[in-house]
Ligand binder design. Structure first.
Ligand SMILES: C[S@@+](CC[C@H](N)C(=O)[O-])C[C@H]1O[C@@H](n2cnc3c(N)ncnc32)[C@H](O)[C@@H]1O
Length: 267
């Protein structure tokens, strides 16, 4: 039995979050030396508690900080291809404890306004208290967002739809478009073909037929809740809006990478 079948069984029994918590404690112990070394080397950096990192990324402070900065630059480079980054409103939907958004000001013009939102109140509070010059608010699991129509030039969501139900995909896609300006861009990362290896045989069949695959029986929005997105499903979701770029995720250091979808709002 592969580990994916074992985890499917544990999920069926309703124990996937218990297993995930156990995994956290093991990692917490295994990473304690590296964590303390990082804290000592960077005494003035504002850093979220270990469980926040584990739940949204992985329990490695060095990579949380370094990769967060690299990702912010990577994003800004994508945005620049489609928008002039001056005086624009940018939203990080599902910002978590600020891994990427905290670095974004380093790579874009000071005239830009940056906003962050997440459904996890603890992350939003941590961001509000620790990251200045960025406006954070909490949203609920389901829409709406507390912004007016056509407010943002750019919205990005890094690995958010990857933790939502099928129904929530449609609700959130419409809501993100509501707050996006005409010709605004929506940047999403999704679990594409590179993640097929994480599916059981019956899930792979579903995926190959073009249906979104949902691994549920746990709290929606949590890291243990998974959604997998074949191209056909994403095309249906996007509808008449314009696909500006679709970059397929490969496999890097043995790890599958998410697909990038950049969508232009068509009115
Ligand atoms: C895998 S983490 C990614 C966090 C962050 N984007 C990053 O790249 O570090 C997924 C994030 O989505 C958030 N999330 C899940 N469902 C959400 C929803 N309906 N609305 C907003 N945020 C949500 C979670 O709280 C979590 O912070």
């Amino acid at each position: 039995m592969t580990k994916y079948y074992l985890s499917a069984l544990i999920r069926k029994l309703g124990l996937i979050q218990v297993l995930d918590k156990l995994r956290f404690y093991i990692q917490y112990i295994l990473t304690s030396k590296a964590r303390n070394n990082f804290f000592k080397a960077h005494p003035y950096l504002k850093l979220p508690p270990p469980y926040f990192l584990y739940e949204t990324y992985n329990l490695n402070y060095e990579s949380f900080y370094k990769n967060g900065s690299e990702t912010a630059k990577w994003l800004a480079d994508y945005f620049k291809k489609h928008k002039k980054l001056e005086n624009v409103n940018i939203l990080d939907w599902g910002c978590g404890p600020g891994r990427v958004i905290r670095h974004l000001p380093d790579y874009i013009d000071k005239s830009c306004n940056i906003y962050g939102t997440d459904y996890n109140e603890k992350y939003v509070k941590w961001c509000q208290m620790n990251l200045s010059d960025i406006k954070f608010i909490k949203n609920e699991l389901a829409p709406p967002l507390k912004y007016e129509n056509n407010f943002f030039d750019i919205i990005y969501g890094i690995s958010i739809f990857t933790h939502l139900s099928k129904d929530m995909h449609y609700q959130w896609f419409n809501e993100l478009l509501r707050v996006l300006k005409p010709n605004g861009i929506l940047f999403l990362t999704l679990h594409g073909d590179a993640f097929k290896i994480k599916l059981t045989e019956s899930e792979q069949k579903m995926y190959t037929s073009g249906q979104v695959v949902i691994k549920s029986n746990t709290k929606e929005g949590h890291r243990t809740y998974g959604a997998f997105h074949p191209d056909k499903f994403v095309h249906e979701l996007i509808g008449n809006n314009k696909i500006l770029e679709h970059v397929k995720g490969g496999v890097k250091n043995g790890m599958p990478q998410q697909d990038v979808w950049i969508i232009g709002k068509v009115v």
